[in-house]
Design a protein around this ligand. Structure first.
Ligand code: ADP
Length: 190
């Protein structure tokens, strides 16, 4: 499904983020930038050892809510943007603010590097336990908020692993059509 907001296309895609040929793909990393499971495991497995080798050079790792970039190794992307969402602790530990900040930090970094397309997984909703629906609302608010301003980004892709998450994003974006005057539907098919 495709939407348009100002100059940028917002696309929903169900599948594996390592196969997406966006200029930047976003990794759901941990603060130590050590290799983990989920999206992170897949990115390192498919992208090869060059990604972790660069991660190890980054002093101080990546605090929650921030982002750093590395080579994409053998992935079809040009760069991997590693960003760290919060671990869900019940909702009163600034989780929403930190999750929004993880999305924004990745968008700012992509722009700084002149990358025009970026693909996000559903940050924090796997091992970090963030409830899918709340995380979807935060992700869309952060991205749509960012796209209100001048940007070099021409495409933002939300890559959802499960059909359930895809449907969640679809419903939420369709609801936003009513309240977001600059958002319009481009195509119904995936
Ligand atoms: P976190 O530690 O931030 O929770 P995870 O990688 O455990 O990150 O999970 C984040 C989300 O990414 C989950 O919804 C999970 O189902 C999904 N996911 C796992 N592997 C992939 C993949 N290869 N491509 C896209 N999404 C994935």
């Amino acid at each position: 499904m495709k939407f348009q907001l100002n100059q940028t296309t917002i696309r929903l895609h169900q599948g594996d983020i390592t196969q997406v040929a966006a200029e930047a793909i976003v990794n759901a990393a941990n603060s130590a930038l050590a290799s983990g499971g989920g999206v992170d495991g897949a990115i390192h497995r498919v992208g090869g050892p060059a990604i972790l080798a660069e991660c190890r050079q980054i002093k101080g790792g990546c605090p929650t809510g921030s982002a750093v970039s590395t080579t994409a190794g053998r992935l079809p992307a040009q760069r991997v943007i590693h960003t760290v969402g919060p671990v869900w602790q019940g909702g009163r530990k600034q989780e929403a603010k930190l999750l929004g900040s993880a999305y924004s930090a990745a968008l700012f970094l992509a722009e700084e590097e002149g990358l025009t397309s970026i693909a996000f997984p559903a940050l924090s909703t796997g091992a970090y336990g963030y409830p899918a629906e709340e995380a979807c609302a935060v992700a869309l608010a952060a991205v749509l908020g960012h796209l209100q301003w001048e940007t070099v980004l021409r495409e933002v892709i939300f890559v959802l692993f499960s059909g359930r998450d895809y449907a969640l994003y679809q419903t939420h974006l369709q609801q936003l059509l009513a309240t977001e005057p600059n958002l319009r539907l481009l195509a119904n098919e995936a």
